[in-house]
Ligand binder design. Sequence first.
Ligand SMILES: [Zn+2]
Length: 267
Amino acid sequence: MYKLNEIQDFKYITFPSFETFDNILHCFTTRKGGVSRGPFESMNIGIGTGDSSEDVKRNIEIMTDKININAADIVETQQTHTNNVMYVTERYKGRIYTHPAFKNVDGIYTDKRNLVLMTYHADCTPVFFYDPVKKVIGLAHAGWRGTLKNISGEMVKAFIKDFSCDPGDIIVAIGPSLCQSCFEVDKDVADMFLTENKDFKNYMEIKGIKYHFNLWEINRYLLMEKGIKEENIEISGLCTKCRNGLFFSHRGQKGKRGLMAGILMMR
Ligand SMILES: [Zn+2]
């Protein structure tokens, strides 16, 4: 499930399960409502994508203004398709226009209020976490490598270890990213999945010489394995490649694309 929100040209996705909490601000941006051109048209929030940095800066200003957050409160990470998650605090804020304070981390979490967790995406799955009892939020960039290495499970483990969270309390949303039909791989990658976890074959289809895995359902399976309740997992069902008019898609645009943001903050 998802909700498509529009403020003039600016469009963004929210999740009904997260909207029930007044103290949570969250969204997944689309490519709509910015100033960038060409393959970056128009709401590209990724510096270093080959786009004009002036345009990206303007996009970040527009985006933060529309959803009412401060760019100076954002904490992001240099994502490298790992399954590493990291606890973050205020000291990592305010680096959006420069470089993230750390790298080789693809999931960030916090119990701090007014700290905006942000991840970058163009096909790779965003996974949003919230424990309304212990008041902890987390956000993960779970591309196929991160999914394969179970970054979703690592986030749940970190919540339990650091905050004694009960996984039965945690709600999760899996945002816009590649659908099963669009996540097409060759045998070498299929073998990596099946070697990692034989149950992944339940989420695999073979079409000719190509293999297709359902990354949304694999993440759901991995989350439930860690104790997350099925009814507490929401999948947007939106594919970034099928809906390339609304989203940037790395595969759909052959690598020439902007980046969208996952955003999560606790008030
Ligand atoms: Zn698709």
